[in-house]
Ligand binder design. Sequence first.
Ligand code: GRF
Length: 173
Amino acid sequence: MKNLAIFASGNGSNFEALVRANLDCNIAVLICNKSDAYAITRAKNLGIEYKVVKDEEQILKVINDYNIDLLVLAGYMKIFSSDFVSRFENRIINIHPSILPNYRGLDAIKRAYENGDKEIGVSIHYVDSGVDTGEVIACESIQVDLSDTLEDVEKKVHKKEHELYPRVLEEIL
Ligand code: GRF
């Protein structure tokens, strides 16, 4: 069975969705770069070990200690160095709330909504050394209704994320 590390910096709803999906793998550890992230509270409640890390050296130690096969980013707000990425070719995966290559980077949902897009998506991609530039593995979209507020759209996108990420990971595994 493969060992996964999930990386998160904030809320951690995707982390929780992945744990609750009971994938055919061992979610060994949550790696977090913010000691006050709500993802840590979720890890405690879910009984998943967690590590707060300051730099890539510490991350490498955790990956080694837990014998991690796959690095799964879920709202991890830090860019890895190209040296780090090259050690784990095709073994780092990320979820991004847009139809890539559109709206790479921060505030993707807000930018798409404010642009009047009628279709907003979720992409899952391999991580390379750019920001949301790696090869796309899967992409699905949701429709924006005329009456939708930004908050409504965010809810729809997150619902799609929580369903798509486990499904795609299961396939990768
Ligand atoms: C998600 O929208 C994800 O696509 C993006 O960051 C957000 C994380 O949300 N990369 P959460 O922390 O999983 O709730």
